[in-house]
Design a protein around this ligand. Structure first.
Ligand SMILES: O=C[C@H](O)COP(=O)(O)O
Length: 251
């Protein structure tokens, strides 16, 4: 499982760089503009220059409206600024067709510019609270639009977590559907170390966190701490080891 960490700006990205050996992807966002709030192009650029070259930089394009042209242009902006993972939160899409419309534009805009860029279609585990597409529709949306990964986060950061909205077996179904479509499955949403056992068991490819690696476990008032990133990774590795042993023993 890959670890994606979301700093809110250049300062926190420097702290991510200090913990670079413990993480896999640095994900630029602007949390005060929403769950997948988009940051400024110059911030993405500076973060790209700050983190080691072998660590991909991801950028969120926002909790986007159903405006395919607007979103495609914003996604290209993120790619031009140096992000190679482009994440789109399909907040304003109420049907799978709308979401596919948006994602097709994003995939074309990004891959015309940079064919090896990685496009992530993100929905929300708490979609029922905001009226957007069903979380289990995301793998098909990602597949039909040519994206590379399907992701779920939570839209409302009020302390509720991924598994509060979608039980483990539904998340497992999400991962299964993504894998069937040849996509990576990414999960986030106030994930804590205590959730890593379940996330490992169900075969999650990428886990996205912010709050869990911020001081006080608070994504808003806390800052990302390299020591917490290292501890989180250690816990991931422990679960990966246990899971591998369990699979080997079962066989
Ligand atoms: O992409 C991952 C998000 O930044 C998750 O943030 P969170 O762990 O605070 O919910």
């Amino acid at each position: 499982m890959l670890l994606l960490i979301s700093p809110d700006g250049v300062e926190e990205a420097r702290d991510c760089a200090k913990a670079a050996q413990h993480l896999d992807i640095v994900d630029v966002k602007k949390p005060d503009e929403g769950s997948l709030g988009a940051n400024f192009p110059w911030v993405i650029r500076e973060i790209r220059d700050t983190v080691p070259a072998d660590k991909p930089v991801s950028a969120t394009v926002g909790d986007v409206p159903y405006k395919p042209g607007t979103v495609a242009q914003a996604a290209l902006g993120a790619a031009v600024s140096g992000a190679t993972y482009i994440k789109v939160g399909l907040y304003g899409c109420t049907t799978p067709d709308q979401a596919i419309d948006v994602m097709r534009g994003v995939v074309r805009a990004v891959k015309d510019y940079r064919p090896d860029a990685f496009v992530v279609a993100s929905g929300y585990a708490d979609a029922h609270r905001i009226g957007c597409v069903n979380p289990l529709a995301l793998p098909d949306i990602a597949h039909r639009s040519g994206a590379d990964a399907a992701m779920l986060d939570t839209a409302i950061k009020d302390g509720t977590r991924l598994f509060d909205h979608l039980p483990e077996e539904v998340c497992a179904q999400f991962v299964h559907l993504a894998h069937q479509a040849d996509l990576l499955a990414a999960l986030a949403g106030s994930v804590r170390a205590a959730d890593l056992g379940a996330l490992t068991r169900i075969g999650t490819d990428i886990v996205g966190v912010r709050g869990a690696v911020c001081g006080g476990g608070d994504r808003t008032t806390g800052r990302i701490q390299p020591g917490l990133v290292a501890a989180f990774r250690a816990e991931m590795d422990r679960h990966a080891g246990e899971n591998a042993t369990a699979i080997a023993t079962a066989n």
